[in-house]
Design a protein around this ligand. Structure first.
Ligand SMILES: Cc1cc2nc3c(=O)[nH]c(=O)nc-3n(C[C@H](O)[C@H](O)[C@H](O)COP(=O)(O)OP(=O)(O)OC[C@H]3O[C@@H](n4cnc5c(N)ncnc54)[C@H](O)[C@@H]3O)c2cc1C
Length: 338
């Protein structure tokens, strides 16, 4: 079969609800596909999930590869990997994208290994570009640039897979913008094979329990974050007070989390949550790249730091050089006084 050249997105769903990262990826896939003049396919696996293809279509899919089977109701590695592996081998998309969720992180490496191709994990950007191989002299056109921080965040690496297909990547939740929906689009539904051996169904899910998160940073419109500069657990009371007064949630840098000032659910950044609120206030945060990649898309950023050279100021819209213990109480007072 001739390769379809399509760009595919794994449309992760749970209990019939699509994960937001699937829609974010569809938006980016649509842009990349338009640049290349190819179609976007959504890989939808589950039980009784046909209705979701309408949503996927509205968010940019031209085709929905649908595997609807009772054994796919809850995620299990082997059945899901088999369906995707077979479907990719039947249609040869040039790019397959997954959310860097628990499921995406389990599934994507297994599929990449089965297909003997590469995988870049935790991308923060995806683009199309060319690559001149310095060893072979081959000029590869229109490759997927898989972009992510590397070497502890000291460089932003652009990774390509010139010789293997499909090009595969996982992308952090919240990094790409959710696209606007378009009505009136029509997508083709393509049936994906769903047949399993007893061995592939050996794992039985008896109970499913998810520990509730103490904070939903992704949904927050305002976030006040504290870093190591807060200096202690008690210091976070001030951060909480500002967040409370302006109706926001509390975020933190990894240094603050690692120091035990606040719980991990509050961490913003590469290994925490990626956020894009309307207002992000960074207090005593230096702005290491691993923090910035998780918040720099916020609509307005206010940074408070003693050090005028702190990297956080490079992404801030309003820079306040000063002691957070002087500035934050003034902000609280100002908000209280309206
Ligand atoms: C693989 C990897 C993943 C990572 N993931 C993340 C991540 O997800 N999120 C994350 O945040 N980090 C992450 N990091 C860590 C990151 O590199 C930084 O170490 C961390 O972000 C630093 O946190 P910080 O800015 O709070 O602390 P510091 O870098 O110590 O900065 C403290 C800042 O507070 C300022 N300050 C001190 N006192 C005051 C005061 N009274 N008033 C105002 N300012 C004051 C200082 O000038 C300084 O700029 C990761 C690192 C690695 C290697």
């Amino acid at each position: 079969m001739t390769p379809s050249q399509e760009i595919w997105v794994f449309a992760e769903q749970e209990n019939g609800e699509l994960k937001s990262v699937a829609l974010e990826l569809l938006g980016r896939a649509r842009e990349l596909a338009d640049e290349l003049g190819v179609e976007v396919g959504a890989l939808l696996l589950g039980s009784d999930v046909l209705d979701l293809s309408r949503t996927l279509t509205n968010y940019g899919a031209d085709k929905v590869y649908l595997a609807d089977h009772p054994e796919l109701k809850q995620y299990r590695t082997l059945p899901y990997a088999k369906v995707i592996d077979r479907t990719v081998q039947a249609h040869h998309p040039q790019i397959v994208l997954f959310g860097a969720t628990m499921i995406g992180r389990d599934l994507a490496p297994r599929i990449a290994s089965q297909l003997v191709t590469g995988l870049t994990a935790d991308c923060t950007d995806l683009q199309i570009g060319n690559y001149l191989d310095p060893f072979t002299g081959v000029d590869h056109q229109n490759l997927l640039y898989q972009i992510r921080p590397a070497f502890g965040g000291n460089v932003i690496a652009t990774i390509v897979a010139p010789n293997h297909r499909p090009q595969m990547a996982t992308v952090r939740e919240g990094v790409m913008k959710t696209p606007e929906t378009t009505t009136g689009r029509v997508a083709k539904i393509v049936k994906a094979p769903a047949e399993f051996t007893d061995a592939e169904l050996a794992v039985e899910i008896i109970e499913h329990y998810r520990k509730p998160k103490s904070v939903d940073l992704r949904a927050a419109r305002i976030i006040v974050s504290g870093g190591a500069g807060v200096g202690g657990k008690e210091g976070f009371d001030l951060i909480r007070e500002l967040a409370h007064v302006i109706g926001g949630e509390v975020g933190a840098s990894r240094a603050a989390v690692d120091a035990g000032y606040i719980g991990k659910d509050h961490q913003v950044g590469q290994t925490g949550t990626t956020v894009r609120p309307v207002l992000y206030i960074a207090c005593g945060i230096s702005g290491a790249v691993q923090h910035r990649v998780g918040m720099q898309e916020s609509a307005k950023i206010i940074a408070i730091n003693l050090d005028s050279d702190a990297p956080i100021f490079s992404v801030a819209h309003y820079s306040i050089v000063g002691d957070l213990y002087k500035v934050v109480p003034l902000m609280i007072q100002a908000y209280k006084n309206k």
